[in-house]
Design a protein around this ligand. Structure first.
Ligand code: OSB
Ligand code: MG
Length: 375
């Protein structure tokens, strides 16, 4: 496929309700939508950077710069026989994994469409439906938290994850467990604690949690190994795992027993699948995290999560949990049995509604290959 044109859009979409974590409160999601055109096919991807370097060091500004000045020139106007060969052209770029993942997602959609297969099939997915969960932000009161959870359980979600932060942790877990003794429940600290908090963290063992996600430093692997040795509940790493080498180190050290995979955080589908396979070979389950994606990113997440070692429900929720109106059709829905259908049409399998995408676009830039020289 000859890459003839690439377009970047900075989008801003209002969340149906503010999302509070130990990192702060979000009311809008701002991401970069990437469109790649080649040989008459279009591919779409979502770069999950945020405006500020909080969850990740990357920002909207750094990702735009890296895409515009390095990644796009690396592929524009060139002819590739596979996504892998296009990625190899930019293989020298270090870091900036969210920027790279956005471009890989768009290229993968385009190549899957050109091959006439779904993105799920293209990536090696094996399932037509996947079990899904929901990530519940910090709420103003415990009563409100219980009310929100009740609504999600009514919707069918198989697993509830609650965000915790210092001073808003064990009491929330106690309250949710008292109300729902048997649900699959997990907590996510987004790196809000240190080993000084070991007593509180160990007390999590009394509540039959599926896992505790990223309790310690965002770039730590060693302290997590000390904590895991003193906890029965599996630790799951999110922020600390950027690539397969981190995953191998974390598993060898005993820093976690489960890994959260987000293609944006690890640099794309290819690296995600490497981590997935590495964990599978060691009998370690993975699950698919989320970054409050629009339907474009969500479609990619659903496709990736259809691979076999994504054994726990993902943070892949229905469109209406995030947005009143999405930029794709049809909307993603959760069935009463807590599963979501994996789109089976070509590529991401959902249609981008251009008029809605235009409405949420705050900045747009287009890059065109010079017209092909005659041989
Ligand atoms: O830590 O998993 C996280 C959203 C933004 C940044 C980090 C995280 C999250 C979520 C939301 O938990 C997951 C979702 O998309 O539903
Ligand atoms: Mg997390």
């Amino acid at each position: 496929m000859r890459i003839g044109r690439i377009e970047l859009r900075h989008t801003k979409m209002e969340l149906v309700s503010p999302f509070e974590t130990s990192l702060g409160v979000e009311r809008f999601e701002e991401h970069i939508i990437v469109r790649v055109d080649g040989d008459g096919f279009s591919g779409w991807g979502e770069c999950v950077v945020e405006p500020a370097p909080s969850y990740s060091y990357e920002t909207l500004g750094t990702a735009w710069h890296i895409l515009k000045d390095f990644l796009i020139p690396g592929v524009l106007g060139k002819d590739f026989d596979s996504v892998g060969s296009a990625l190899a052209a930019n293989g020298w770029v270090r870091g900036h994994r969210m920027a790279r993942a956005g471009l890989e997602a768009a290229l993968s959609d385009a190549f899957a469409r050109a091959a006439g297969v779904s993105l799920s099939a293209f990536l090696g997915g094996t399932r037509a439906r996947i079990p899904v969960g929901v990530s519940v932000g910090l709420q103003p009161t415990t009563a409100e938290l219980l009310r929100v959870i009740a609504g999600y359980l009514d919707d069918g979600y198989k697993r509830i994850k609650i965000k915790i932060a210092p001073g808003r942790d064990i009491a929330l877990v106690q309250a949710v467990r008292r109300e729902y003794p048997h649900i699959q429940l997990q907590v996510d600290a987004n790196s809000a604690y240190s080993l000084d908090d070991i007593d509180m963290l160990r007390s999590m063992d009394d509540y039959d949690l599926q896992l505790v996600e990223q309790p310690l430093g965002y770039d730590d692997i060693f302290d997590h190994s000390l904590l895991q040795r003193q906890m029965k509940t599996p630790i799951c790493l999110d922020e600390s795992i950027y690539n397969t080498s981190d995953a191998r180190a974390a598993l060898a050290l005993g820093s976690c027993r489960i890994i959260n995979i987000k293609p944006g955080r690890v640099g794309g589908y290819t690296e995600s699948i490497r981590i997935h396979d590495c964990c599978a070979s060691q009998g370690v389950p993975v699950w698919h995290g989320g970054m409050d994606e629009s339907g474009i990113g969500r479609a990619g997440n659903v496709a990736l999560a259809s691979l076999p070692n994504f054994r726990l429900p993902g943070d892949i929720s229905a469109t209406k949990r995030y947005y009143r109106e999405d930029i794709v059709e049809p909307a993603f829905e959760v069935d009463p049995d807590g599963t979501m259908a994996v789109p089976s049409g070509p590529g991401i399998g959902v249609e981008v509604v251009m008029e809605r995408l235009d409405r949420v676009t705050v900045r747009r830039e287009e890059f065109r290959a010079r017209s092909q020289e005659s041989p």
